[in-house]
Design a protein around this ligand. Structure first.
Ligand SMILES: Cc1cc2nc3c(=O)[nH]c(=O)nc-3n(C[C@H](O)[C@H](O)[C@H](O)COP(=O)(O)OP(=O)(O)OC[C@H]3O[C@@H](n4cnc5c(N)ncnc54)[C@H](O)[C@@H]3O)c2cc1C
Length: 434
């Protein structure tokens, strides 16, 4: 039996490679380039729509642990991400073009995968299917999903950060450095004194935004638009994306009042994105704001920030932790549409859906990961029926099972994360050595 996968994004591409490598034939459908999502810019699979960072790779950081688990589970996209890594301190940032091109090569060269450029409007209900059509799922398919799940549409809003050309940055002001001097100096830092911050802040809070309707003003807390953060108080940004701590300006030997950080966006190092500057400001206002940042006064902006709705299903009612539907166990969901948030999380649920769709086809028991692992905790969280107002979640220590951990360890944050990380890696490794 063939597996049908809808969407060749991060989740769909990982699922396709997992299933094909396990010997199952896959029909992988992707609607781009004939139809667009509004956020994707290329026709390539596994396109990173905003930041080029997949987050931390330190195993004692929640998203780093998820990557470590994915490496053990032989994730093809995480492996490729490490191959296309660009310098970004403790973060796994990639050359987005090279990364997507490599995934396309892997998909096209795999004899078990038929990569079909077609928009799916209806889920083939009798096939084994993985719906991995992402937060920007096309309208007709969204309607079909709503019919299938019997739910009203759920969505929240998210924004993209702008990108500038490195050659337009003024290095008489901006300087390369990593926070606390860790690793190589990968980030470009634009320093501000209190007067410059005041001016920047006033431009930001008075800047015209693309207005959202009231019901649309639902954001994901860990990826808030910069103007929303600014509206929470004058210093919120200085304790958030513009925090100056650990960055010593080499000209003064002191920390600045605030700092804007830029992260390399392409392998060549020609493009840099503004870290934490996801925004819904009108483009003219973005230009004025960015050019008010010392060092960026002549910045050439190659991509502006934009805002998008993120669709997701009510997974607690709809899915098992094995990622297939309670009502129709032959239909799996993967990626952001399940209510997991983030690139690595999309890859992770794609991997598990791929593994489990294969098991379903082979009539084998599905893989249910323990809640002591980050991927297990995520899939149990999104499928836990006891939640009234389900909202998307990304990897975090709060969702991991703490049962059986010594109270002394639980009281010490460092010891606790080290313990949970080690235990998760042991548990995942054990599953695959049995
Ligand atoms: C604007 C925006 C910015 C984001 N920024 C970040 C970020 O900076 N960092 C981060 O970690 N996460 C970010 N996310 C969240 C999330 O990690 C990404 O959306 C991620 O790409 C989700 O992976 P996915 O595989 O679920 O969906 P996608 O990667 O979006 O893949 C879905 C694919 O399905 C295709 N498709 C849709 N409908 C159909 C159809 N009917 N038929 C065939 N194909 C179809 C689409 O064209 C797309 O290629 C962002 C999300 C959005 C919307």
């Amino acid at each position: 039996m063939k597996l049908t996968i809808i969407g060749a994004g991060l989740a769909g591409s990982e699922a396709a490679l997992q299933a094909a490598n396990a010997g199952i034939e896959v029909n992988l459908y992707e609607m781009r380039p004939d139809y667009t999502t509004g956020a994707h810019k290329t026709s390539k699979p596994a396109e990173l729509v905003c930041s080029n960072s997949l987050g931390a790779f330190d195993e004692t950081i929640a998203s780093g642990l998820l990557k470590a688990e994915l490496k053990i589970l032989n994730s093809q996209l995480i492996k490729t991400a490490f191959e296309y890594k660009v310098p970004a301190g403790a973060a796994l940032a990639v050359d987005r073009e090279g990364f997507s091109q490599k995934i396309q090569d892997l998909l096209l060269s795999n004899p078990k995968i038929n990569f079909i450029r077609e928009k799916i409007t209806e889920i083939p209900k009798n096939d084994v299917v993985i719906v991995a059509s992402g937060p920007l799922t096309a309208k007709e398919l969204t309607d079909d999903i709503l019919k299938l799940t019997g739910e009203n549409q759920l969505k929240f809003f998210d924004a993209i950060a702008p990108i500038v050309e490195k050659s337009s940055i003024n290095f008489d002001i901006a300087f390369f450095q990593n926070r606390y001097g860790k690793g190589t100096d990968d980030y470009i830092n634009c320093p501000m004194n209190s007067n410059q911050y005041e001016k920047f802040y006033n431009i930001l809070v008075n800047a015209p935004k693309i207005e959202l309707k009231d019901f649309e003003k639902k954001f994901f807390e860990s990826c808030l638009p910069i103007e929303v953060l600014a509206s929470r108080g004058k210093d919120t940004l200085r304790f958030g994306p513009m925090k100056p701590v650990g960055l010593i300006d080499c000209r003064t030997n002191e920390e600045n009042y605030a700092v804007v950080q830029l992260r390399q966006d392409d392998k060549a190092g020609d493009l840099y994105n503004l870290v934490g500057f996801q925004t819904n400001l009108k483009w003219g206002a973005q230009k004025e704001l960015i050019r008010s940042i010392p060092g960026l006064e002549n910045a050439n902006i190659v991509r502006y920030g934009v805002m998008h709705a993120n669709k997701f299903i009510n997974s607690p009612k709809i899915l098992h932790s094995t990622l297939n539907m309670k009502k129709s166990p032959n239909i799996f969901f993967a990626g952001q549409i399940t209510g997991t948030e983030g690139y690595t999380e999309a890859i992770a649920t794609g991997l598990l859906a791929g593994i489990n769709a294969v098991k379903f086809i082979k009539n084998e028991p599905l893989l249910e990961l323990p809640e002591t692992t980050m991927l297990g905790a995520l899939t149990h969280y999104i499928s836990f029926e006891g939640q009234e107002h389900f909202q998307p979640v990304n990897s975090n220590w709060g969702i991991i099972d703490k049962n059986g951990i010594d109270r002394k360890i639980l009281k010490n944050k460092k010891l606790k994360t080290e313990f949970m990380s080690k235990r998760a890696i042991e548990n995942i490794s054990k599953l695959f050595s049995d």
